[in-house]
Structure formats: structure tokens, C-alpha cells
Write a protein that binds this ligand. Sequence first.
Ligand code: SAH
Length: 239
Amino acid sequence: MRWVRSITAVLLLGGVAGAGGPDAGPAADPRAAERLRMVERFIAREGIRDPATLQAMRTVPRHEFVPPGLVSAAYENRPLPIGLGQTISQPYIVAYQTEVVRPGEGMKILEIGTGSGYQAAVLAAAGARVYTMEIFAELATSARQRLERLGYRATVRHGDGNLGWPEEAPFDAIVVTAAASHVPPALIEQLKPGGRMVIPVGSMFGAQNLLQIDKDPGGTVRTRILLPVAFVPMLSGLR
Ligand code: SAH
């Protein structure tokens, strides 16, 4: 089994390098091999199957989203500090949340909690038009610049995600990446009928669960508990 996997990795690496055009070889992205290994070991092997999600995780350069001193840890399966007491989520959780909303070409997705911009980039790489909100001005600005520099289709707003983004609503999907004490009513409202939200709910010290919330075409909302998680808390009041 081991050799089959490594052949797959080599083939995928070839594919990624080729996609970058004639000048893009392994030298264009010296971390591509590490990233493919991360996706294979921590994401595909752990049960994530959605092809668009896996492909996005294989292409988005996570090392560009972590502080310079932590680049060597970028492809480990753990959250990392990004300043102001905030974190970039663990890769498995990013993939999991992405798979839940099944992003595709042309979907309009709202993310709450831009942080580094990594989750937004993964959603954009899977084909979505992404609107993402961050409560810290400093993080919003740096994520906006980073996403622009790397060429991802994501619009960043400095704002309180509890209120959502009414001017751009409704959304096909909403991905929340900070733990709320309850599901903000504005977000339910801004979800399109037939749409889906994924949101961690719970307290900072007590249990938190990732919830999947589906709004059916008639507007009825149904909630499912997916798994226990540990996110930084959702804040209120701009900073
Ligand atoms: N998705 C991010 C990780 C987010 S950590 C990434 O991929 O890097 C959670 C983020 O939510 C933090 O940056 C935090 O500042 C932000 N946040 C907390 N409360 C918020 C709120 N009410 N509205 C918008 N952003 C919020």
C-alpha cells in the first residue's frame, strides 16, 4: 500500500507543477511535496473525500498564511498562532468545514472569521465567490493584501460577523470559524433557502460542537451536531 501511495503523490506533484505553466516546476513552489503529504496523511486518510475540497487543499500554499517564524510548521496538522490571540485553524478542520458546504463553481459563500485568510483561499480555490468578515482591522488588512497577492477571489470586510453581510445576502453557504455562544439569527436569515451553514457553537472552556445547519427550500431550518471542536471565541465589538 505504501508504494502505491507514493506513486500517487509523485503523479499529483507532476500535475500541480504542470498547472503552473512552463516556468512552474518544483522550484516555483518548494513546499508542494510537503503539502501533498499533509493532504494525504491528515486529510484524505482521515476520511475527507470531496474532490473539490481535496484539490483546493493540495493547491493553497498554507505556508504563505502563517507568520514567517512558523513556516516550517505550516504543513503539520495543528492550528498555529497568527497574532492578536488568534489562530489559523488545523488543516483537517479547514478541510472538514469545506467539505460540509461542498463549494463549487459560482457558489456565493460567507465566511465569518477571516484570520489569516487561509479558509477563504481554500473556498475560493474550490470555485466559490467568497465574502469574509474579520473583527480585527489589522487581521482584515493583512488577509486582504495576502489574498490579493496570491490571486484568490475573496472580498474581505472589517466587521462584526454576528451581523453578517446583509448587502451581499443571501448566501449559498456560510462558514463560521470562531465559536459562537449561539447561532447568530442574522446568519440564519442571510442563508439562502436550500443553503447550508457550518458553525462551532459552545463556550471557550466548556464543550464546543461543530453544527451543520440546513435551510430547506421552504425556509425550515434543521440542525445536526457533527463533532466536538476547539475554536477561539466569537467576539463582538470592532477592534
Ligand atoms: N478562518 C481563519 C481562522 C480563524 S480564527 C483562518 O483560516 O486563518 C477566528 C477568527 O475570527 C479570528 O481572526 C478572530 O479575530 C475572528 N473573529 C472573532 N469574532 C469575530 C466576529 N464577531 N466577526 C468576525 N470575525 C471574528
